[in-house]
Design a protein around this ligand. Structure first.
Ligand code: MLT
Length: 255
């Protein structure tokens, strides 16, 4: 029955929309209740000014129970802001980082804002593309998804990312099972960044997606989905063990 499925919320990257999660929804939607909100200004969500923390509050307003929450890149920034304030059952941080922008990063955000104010969304994504996606299929999907977004939404999101606070202090407070994912060829948040992120979260597991750049769920959907599925299955098994123990069975036998 659908409401007995484990709810899993996945937050999209910039400048895409919830539609980027289609491969994972297709593969895992029968087993899990996968919820993919559009962040403000993207997909069906109206353009408005919202900080990364406000985006997390928006997500919290749409769900009414502790969930497994995942985010890729900008979605990961929002997931960490969420983890600061709201209870979770599990956390997935893909191709993302905890640190705020450094001064040069903020200056680059200002340049991107100026560019987006006088160009189309398609021109914006093409200027970013080499760092976003590498396989021809993913390049095409990222371009198609980003081209549908409004330049105004893009400008608001770039401001929100530029002004986001450092989330490093949240990492030692995370007490739920956590999966860190990174594309093997991610140039924006490369492997050492993912290793550092995972290293600061108790018990976090790190999965490297082979042959994948930054938008790793589209670059190598099969491997990404498999890593996600492995993690979600391990959470279900943890729940099953607790049920097993509370039913009087003290062994670790999975049910
Ligand atoms: C993203 O993929 O969401 C962006 O690259 C994140 C960023 O620009 O910091």
């Amino acid at each position: 029955m659908s409401d007995q499925k484990m709810p899993v919320v996945l937050l999209h990257a910039f400048p895409l929309s919830s539609a980027m999660w289609q491969p994972q929804v297709d593969a895992l939607g029968n087993e899990y209740r996968i919820i993919t909100p559009d962040l403000p200004g993207f997909g069906s969500s109206p353009v408005r000014t919202a900080s990364i923390a406000q985006m997390a509050d928006d997500v919290a307003a749409q769900i009414h129970e502790p969930v497994v929450l995942g985010g890729l890149s900008m979605g990961g920034y929002v997931a960490l802001a969420y983890a600061r304030k709201y209870p979770l059952k599990g956390l997935i941080l893909a191709d993302t980082k905890a640190e705020a922008d450094v001064a040069t990063g903020k200056a680059n955000r200002d340049k991107m804002i100026a560019f987006a104010e006088s160009h189309t969304a398609r021109e914006v994504i093409d200027s970013m593309m080499p760092k976003m996606a590498t396989t021809p299929a993913a390049v095409e999907q990222v371009r198609a998804l980003a081209s549908k977004q409004s330049p105004a939404g893009i400008v608001h999101a770039v401001r929100a990312m530029r002004d986001r606070p450092d989330s490093s202090d949240v990492l030692p407070m995370i007490r739920v099972p956590t999966l860190v994912i990174v594309g093997s060829d991610d140039q924006l948040t490369p492997l050492p960044v993912a290793q550092s992120l995972a290293g600061r979260i108790t018990g976090a597991r790190l999965e490297v997606i082979p042959g994948a750049g930054h938008i790793s769920n589209l670059e190598n959907p099969a491997a990404f989905t498999e890593a996600l599925h492995r993690f979600l299955r391990s959470l279900s098994q943890d729940v099953a063990r607790v049920i097993c123990r509370s039913a009087g069975n003290t062994s670790d036998t999975e049910v």
